[in-house]
Design a protein around this ligand. Structure first.
Ligand code: ZN
Ligand code: ZN
Length: 463
């Protein structure tokens, strides 16, 4: 695989004269994407001439770089060509064959025709989406200490190839927004979707399945990360069904703390009905299927035995430390965070509204960039851990905690942290209510909730 070389067009031009044509040719072939290639050949006539001498092979190499690997390119090309050809879902033509992509040129014929400018542009765009998704996948499933990918080259190929194929499936077989009542058309679409997955080899099928499952995970994360209402899904496959919005939308929602709600997705059985059809013919046991799905991208699970530093429960990859705190937001929704306040505080909107606002409940309204949202949760965790309280429980930013222990940290310290933040912001000190966080009056009388402090231990009543 050709690795992308860092390239600074302004400072490098002068030194080009000293390099041989072979070296310059190699430099062009290693550029990470078409955007950089275009900018680079504009900088000098010499580079432009080298490109003109071998346009096809240099274009091919850069195409491999931008989608990640030569083994990914056929799937990536098939996707961009399908998208450029038009949306099959909107096709009014009654000819059912139109939506049978199994009859489209297969992946192994993709390299035969030269790349157009428009295809190159889309390869760049999709390549970047898939790279960002890989970063998140690796962060969540391989190395919680790194928010950039730590997948091995082979794992990265599986992920990227699977993601491009799943994306193609989304482009072709997303349920229509409105049911047009045409059962024949629906049946043809279902047949085509089944056929599309049935043509895959067993390893490739599980690769796509693993990526589809990850997209459902991300969709669930997005729902929980911005929601202020209870986030119990209305039915089991709710998140899976909604992955039909496709990887690009899911990533965009992730980056903006938002959750797109596509029409027609509910109870569509999107992807997984076809997956079931395709996988049945391999006659695998349920156990074997589950194992294959879990290990389709990362075969070796080096963290399986990792345990919580506080309660010692073995949780593998499901542990939280300072490097993956930003990901907590989608596992501990603000709606749930609110319930971790002691006593009746969760029902005191005088406190919970500004608290949730501070933690990002309205970020999606103002399109706050993702790093800012990440920082909010990172600071919250850090500051709760460092809070000077004498509850004799030592927490550390250097340790890894399971989900239950993280919830325990919130229970013990979120309300104290919130009190400290209010003081820090110069909110005037108010007299403590005798009933503290157990006060009943603060729940139904706003004037009372605003007049007294309830972020305190009760000194009267049911303490
Ligand atoms: Zn624990
Ligand atoms: Zn009170």
């Amino acid at each position: 695989m050709l690795n992308a070389v860092p390239f600074n067009q302004n400072t490098s031009v002068m030194s080009f004269a000293a390099l041989t044509e072979d070296v310059l040719d190699e430099v062009l072939r290693r550029l990470p994407d078409f955007n950089t290639l275009a900018a680079t050949i504009r900088t000098s006539k010499q580079l432009s001439d080298i490109f003109k001498a071998h346009p096809k092979s240099i274009t091919r190499n850069v195409a491999e770089n931008t989608c990640g690997h030569p083994d990914v390119l056929p799937a990536a090309l098939r996707l961009v060509r399908k998208v450029l050809k038009g949306d099959v879902g909107d096709d009014d033509d009654d000819d059912d064959d139109d939506i049978v992509i199994a009859q489209e040129p297969p992946e192994d014929e993709m390299l035969a025709s030269p790349l157009t400018r428009e295809e190159a542009r889309l390869l760049d765009r999709y390549g970047e989406v898939v790279r960002s998704m890989e970063d998140i996948y690796s962060w969540r499933h391989k190395d919680p200490a790194s928010s950039t990918t730590r997948l091995t080259p082979l794992e990265a190929v599986r992920f990227k190839r699977g993601m491009h194929r799943f994306w193609l499936f989304c482009e072709c077989y997303s349920p229509p927004e409105y049911d047009d009542g045409d059962d024949d058309c629906q049946a043809a679409r279902d047949r085509a979707a089944n056929e599309c997955l049935r043509l895959l080899l067993v390893e490739d099928l599980f690769e796509v399945g693993a990526v589809a499952a990850f997209c459902a995970e991300m969709y669930e994360w997005n729902c929980k990360a911005w929601s202020l209402t209870p986030v119990n899904p209305p039915y089991a496959d709710f998140y899976r069904d909604h992955t039909c919005v496709g990887p690009e939308q899911i990533l965009q929602d992730f980056q903006h703390l938002y959750s797109s709600q596509p029409e027609g997705a509910e109870n569509s059985g999107f992807f997984w009905t076809s997956f079931e059809h395709a996988v049945t013919r391999f006659q695998l046991s349920q156990q074997s299927r589950d194992d294959r799905l879990v290990h389709a991208i990362i075969r070796e699970d080096v963290r399986a035995g990792n345990s919580c530093d506080r309660c010692h429960a073995v949780r593998g990859i499901d542990l939280w430390g300072s490097t993956n705190w930003p990901l907590l937001r989608g596992f501990l929704s603000l709606d749930e965070v609110r319930t971790l306040l002691p006593g009746r505080l969760q029902h005191n909107s005088t406190e919970t509204k500004p608290l949730c606002k501070r933690l990002g409940s309205e970020f999606w309204l103002v399109h706050r960039p993702r790093p800012e949202a990440d920082e909010v949760f990172t600071n919250l965790m850090k500051e709760m851990i460092q809070l000077p309280v004498d509850d004799a429980v030592a927490w550390s930013a250097d340790e890894w905690y399971c989900h239950d222990c993280v919830r325990e940290l919130f229970k013990q310290r979120l309300w104290r942290w919130w009190h400290a933040k209010k003081r820090e912001a110069g909110t005037p000190e108010m007299e403590d209510c005798w009933y503290g966080y157990n006060c009943r009056t603060m729940v139904h009388r706003q004037a009372h909730a605003e007049k007294l402090n309830h972020l305190c231990v009760p000194t009267k009543g049911d303490a």
